[in-house]
Design a protein around this ligand. Structure first.
Ligand code: 16G
Length: 243
């Protein structure tokens, strides 16, 4: 399969071969690849060449290396569109995943200056604060820390926090959610986030900060979320006439 007389570099040919096997479903997410030594013997190339091919695919996120174990086909990333305001529960259901929640804490607290500014309230006023690990088919995807304006969204409890917040607001409180403003920043996971997300400290994450408003423009929710960089990609539709 490797053509040494081809002008295409050998490491590139090895990469293409790996990509093809993945596209064809011959190698599935979670499968272990043959070792670099086996590849090198099979293709009669140096291990360095094999390593170069694999390292690039690891950097692209298609493969992942596990220390002392080997190289594996990475899980496919979930693609999340950035237009349209949806909830985690809705996003997961739309993709055929079972949404899940691990509630780390739920409490009533006082807004600090940062939260007060985001929610247009005075520092010290009452907010609900909760932290949830959001799961797709039982796998951690994101860690959300949420602050809710307690005078606007009444009656929040641990029970509600364990389910869909947006569904509670719209269907049980009969309020209309209007729009959100959101920022995305790349970062690396600290020890604490890594442990909760089931990744390693130093792995890439995406910090998303969202401020959500009711239809009349009042902000009710301030959320800071850490999304797993190895499982998420975001897409956006950009019409030229939207300038
Ligand atoms: C999404 C939102 C979060 C919101 C949650 C409600 C982002 C970055 N975050 O995770 O702000 O609180 O959905 O989901 O998109 P729920 O209704 O399932 O609780």
């Amino acid at each position: 399969m490797i053509d040494k007389s081809s002008p295409l570099p050998i490491y590139y040919q090895i990469q293409e071969m790996i990509r093809k096997k993945m596209d064809a479903g011959e190698w599935q997410p979670g499968d272990m690849l043959p070792s670099e030594r086996i590849f090198a013997e099979e293709f009669e190339v140096s291990r360095m060449t094999v390593r170069q091919a694999i390292t690039e695919l690891v950097n692209e996120g298609l493969l992942r290396r596990e220390k002392g174990k080997g190289t594996f086909v990475a899980e496919k990333k979930l693609e999340q569109t950035l237009q349209g305001l949806t909830s985690f529960t809705e996003d997961m259901k739309a993709r055929g995943f079972e949404p899940g929640n691990i509630l780390n804490y739920f409490r009533v607290s006082e807004a600090n200056s940062d939260t007060a500014k985001a929610l247009n309230m005075k520092a010290g006023e009452k907010v609900y604060e909760m932290q949830r690990i959001r799961l797709a088919d039982k796998e951690p995807m994101a860690l959300e820390t949420t602050f809710i304006h307690a005078d606007l969204i009444k009656g929040l409890s641990e029970k509600v926090a364990g389910k869909s917040l947006y569904s509670y607001i719209e269907n049980e409180q009969n309020l209309k959610i209007g729009f959100a403003n959101q920022t995305l920043e790349s970062a690396i996971a600290a020890e604490k986030e890594a442990e909760l997300l089931g990744i390693q400290a130093g792995d890439p994450i995406l910090w998303i900060s969202r401020m959500t408003h009711l239809q009349d423009g009042t902000p009710f929710e301030y959320v800071k979320s850490a999304y797993r960089g190895d499982r998420y990609k975001f897409s956006i539709h950009m019409p030229r006439d939207g300038r």
